[in-house]
Design a protein around this ligand. Structure first.
Ligand code: ADP
Ligand code: MG
Length: 452
């Protein structure tokens, strides 16, 4: 597999990783990574520096590998390699042109996990699902266009890929494109005087699947181009299926003629899943991963995530990963801990402050306020040091929680404690005690109450 498909695979994986780690972790460690190559069973991820490589290797290796295995459906091994960030820019520069060329060679990549059989049907998505299926059974005839809309993480992209995969298996020439990519390709094509090539690519398919159309609304030239593509395909009875986060009538700046085209077919809403559907989805996802989860735990998780299915999946993965990490069997209590913990650095920081305070025979608020006696200052420095070690909270955040200090105070504290540890057995013992206290609190599962 070449570079561009390694990058595409990696982008899909990043999408999944994004819901499995905290926002801050994602930003710090994953955001600036790229998919460099995928040869044999080795997947090389490019990272900006050795520090990031080390962290990913230590903390996220198995999660990343598992995600890649899921996305590629094969047994890949991940390797982190330092690559200069410039790697990115020539690519994005030429993304449009290369993409046109690349996709003419082979079919676009569909996520093999996003099939009809892995799509759970419930009240909220029944119509969209049935209509999507119909577009493959009777392309261009029953519902054209099919316009599917719904909130984030409710399965729109999944459905479009399912349509594409099924169409492919029936030798229907289906083309999937996000509206964002369509726009970028269009702009690049114009700049390079390759408009003709661009138009041909989109006007010669049997089926056009265009994701997140809201992205082009208001971009007049792109809308114009899409309008013509739409008409040509529609006149030739080619199937067009569109997704959006809003119904056509609410797309803010969409030109009226395009809006009325969209309204000329079937409009199907996807609503958030009800409890029973959420449960069914969780059961299916757990089964897919080969993990046994008791009914009460699935119910617990289903109650926690009322919004999107992506969030639901994220919680499930988190619980599974956590159970693995602490080598415990899955129960509602463990799920509660997993959901409260892992991503929540703030919770961990609170826990550190509690544990440090108790080991110094103080109250957490002694550390949180500006109290300045020597003993409090030392305790606060220990808490800063541990906050730095055990969380991904920023220096500013740690300082802020501990007496409203600035980041340089935190750096100073870390240096000082680091310097003292070796020479001071009593400090070593204290740190061990604090670790034990934190451990027992985490073990007792009372983190969720810490903030109350
Ligand atoms: P959207 O495009 O609407 O933002 P996605 O299609 O990306 O949402 O779905 C988010 C995640 O939820 C994906 O991993 C997808 O597989 C999963 N998902 C969504 N709907 C369903 C469903 N009905 N059954 C199983 N998984 C689903
Ligand atoms: Mg989507």
């Amino acid at each position: 597999m070449g570079r561009s498909s390694a990058q595409e695979t990696w982008e899909i994986s990043l999408g999944e990783l994004q819901v499995q780690v905290s926002k801050q972790n994602y930003r710090t460690w994953l955001e600036k990574t790229v998919g460099l190559s995928y040869e044999g069973s080795q997947f090389i991820v490019g990272v900006p520096n050795t520090f990031v490589a080390e962290y990913l290797e230590k903390k996220l290796h198995s999660l990343i590998e598992k995600t890649l295995i899921g996305v590629t459906n094969s047994n890949v091994k991940v390797v982190f390699q330092v690559a200069s960030c410039n790697h990115n820019s020539p690519r994005s520069d030429s993304a449009g042109g290369d993409a046109i060329a690349a996709e003419q060679k082979g079919p676009p990549m569909f996520n093999s996990k996003y099939t009809f059989s892995s799509f759970i049907v419930g009240n909220g998505n029944q119509l969209a699902h049935a209509a999507a299926l119909e577009t493959v059974e009777n392309p261009g005839r029953t519902y054209n266009p099919l316009f599917i809309y719904g909130g984030v993480g409710l399965g729109k992209t999944h459905l479009l890929h399912a349509v594409g995969l099924l169409a492919q298996s029936k030798h229907i020439n289906a083309l999937y494109v996000s509206a964002e990519r369509f726009t970028n390709e269009f702009i690049t094509a114009i700049h390079r005087h390759k408009a003709e090539e661009f138009h041909n690519k989109y006007r010669t398919v049997d089926m056009l699947l265009i994701d997140d159309i809201q992205f082009i609304s208001g971009k007049a030239q792109t809308e114009e181009s899409f309008f013509h593509t739409f008409n040509e395909l529609h006149n030739a009875n080619r199937q067009i299926t569109i997704t959006s986060d809003l119904p056509p009538k609410s797309l803010p700046v969409l030109q009226n003629r395009l809006r009325s085209r969209f309204e000329g077919g079937l409009i199907a809403a996807i609503e958030p899943p009800d409890f029973a559907t959420r449960l069914a989805i969780l059961r299916a996802k757990a089964e897919q991963q080969g993990v046994q989860i008791p009914q009460d735990t699935l119910e617990f998780i289903a109650q926690r995530a009322e919004g999107s299915i992506r969030e639901l999946e994220g919680l499930l993965n988190r619980v599974i990963a956590y159970a693995h990490l602490v080598r415990a069997s899955v129960s509602p209590e463990l799920a509660a801990r997993a959901i409260a913990d892992i991503s929540s650095d703030e919770t961990t920081l609170s826990l550190i402050i509690e544990a440090v305070a108790s080991s110094f025979h103080m109250t957490p608020s002694d550390l949180r306020t500006r109290k300045r006696d020597k003993q409090t200052a030392l305790a606060r420095q220990v808490a800063m040091y541990l906050g730095r070690q055990k969380t991904n909270c920023s220096l500013a955040q740690i300082g802020n929680e501990l007496g409203g200090r600035d980041h340089s105070t935190v750096i100073h504290a870390c240096e000082k404690i680091t310097g003292q540890i070796e020479a001071s057995p009593s400090l070593q013992r204290k740190l061990l005690d604090i670790g034990a206290v934190m451990h027992s609190k985490q073990g007792a599962g009372n983190q969720p109450h810490l903030h109350s």
